[in-house]
Ligand binder design. Structure first.
Ligand code: PEP
Ligand code: MG
Length: 322
């Protein structure tokens, strides 16, 4: 099987009937680029920038960040690189960021909420990203967006920094796409409104499942509620994809679910445009995709949306495709 997969390294990601999707990789540091290239990923769908901020005792400078982003973007040589702005808080802490303890860190002051208050820190990251955008196909993505207001505020800060850089004579990409992660149910429900303003969505199922099911993603005792195949999750995913397409935008997924062999036929059937996963899952996913037809996958996905339990969904997919 490994040998079969290796043959697909430089092949496009297409289904049996020729429908193309993008299979891209999640990375945490520029060191992960080796895996991206070795596994034939068509880009980076999620660069988790928090690792740049971790394991040190002060914030990374604009220059340090610029170097890291530029390295990744250049290495991908024109292929898309989606870079997520700082997503700290919840399970991810910074030693030098002394925040008061919270009763519910996963529902607290984190990610974009924190960035919109600590604007100096946020602006530094945005400047580094904007500067790096001149070297390839960089896209910016904001994490944990819950309201349109948050997106507009973040986008306005980005625009301000962009104009400043331009007036300083610094080169910035003209085609920079700006999107959001959909990992909070309110945002999935509001996808039609968001789709008019964002360039793309990337569904973060690790958090979307936790918030939809009200089940802590780190808590073993409630892990039975952590159900990627729940028709509740699938219906939310469908809403987001449909809303984006209606506005001519695209939807990716960068949670673990995107590389899951049971989920892949369903997501393909629902029309997901981009699947971002750990690099080692790319070739197996490409091989799986080759066996699927759009029509059949769409039929099965349509049926899955109407089922009653996650188990029923899993059984259906296994019977049809695995
Ligand atoms: C997610 O929530 O699905 C996601 C990709 O982000 P993280 O796992 O970094 O929270
Ligand atoms: Mg998340």
């Amino acid at each position: 099987q490994k040998k079969e997969w290796a043959k697909l390294k430089n092949e496009p990601s297409v289904s049996k009937d020729g429908t193309h999707v993008e299979l891209v990789a999640n990375i945490g540091t520029p060191e992960d680029l080796v895996g991206v290239h070795d596994n034939g990923a068509e880009g980076v769908g999620l660069y988790r920038t928090e690792f740049l901020y971790m394991g040190r005792d002060d914030f990374p400078t604009e220059e340090e960040q610029y170097e890291a982003y530029k390295k990744v973007v250049e290495s991908l040589d024109g292929k898309p690189v989606v870079i997520r702005t700082l997503d700290i808080g919840g399970d991810k802490e910074l030693s030098y960021l002394d925040l008061p303890e919270e009763m519910n860190p996963f529902l607290g002051f984190r990610a974009i909420r924190l960035c919109l208050e600590m604007t100096d820190m946020f602006r530094t990251q945005l400047r580094a990203l904007l500067r790096a955008s001149a070297f390839g196909n960089l896209k910016i993505m904001f994490p944990m967006i819950a309201t349109l207001q948050e997106f507009r505020e973040a986008k306005a800060l980005l625009e301000e920094e962009k104009q400043k850089l331009i007036s300083e004579g610094v080169e910035v990409s003209e085609e920079l796409e700006v999107g959001i992660m959909v990992e909070i149910p309110s945002t999935a429900v509001m996808a039609p409104q968001f789709a008019k303003e964002v360039d793309f969505f990337s569904i973060g199922t690790n958090d979307l499942i936790q918030y939809t099911m009200a089940a802590d993603r780190m808590n073993e005792r409630v892990s039975y509620l952590y159900q990627p195949y729940s028709p509740a999750i699938l219906n939310l995913v469908k809403m987001v994809i449909d809303a984006s397409h209606k506005e001519g935008k695209w939807t990716g997924m960068c949670g673990e679910m995107a590389g899951d062999e049971v989920a892949i036929p369903l997501l393909f059937g629902l029309g997901l445009d981009e699947f971002s996963m750990s690099a080692t899952s790319v070739l197996p996913a490409r091989s799986q995709l080759l066996q699927l037809t759009k029509e059949e996958a769409a039929q099965v996905a349509e049926q899955a949306l109407t089922l009653q339990t996650a188990e029923e969904v899993q059984d259906l997919v296994e019977k049809k495709f695995l």
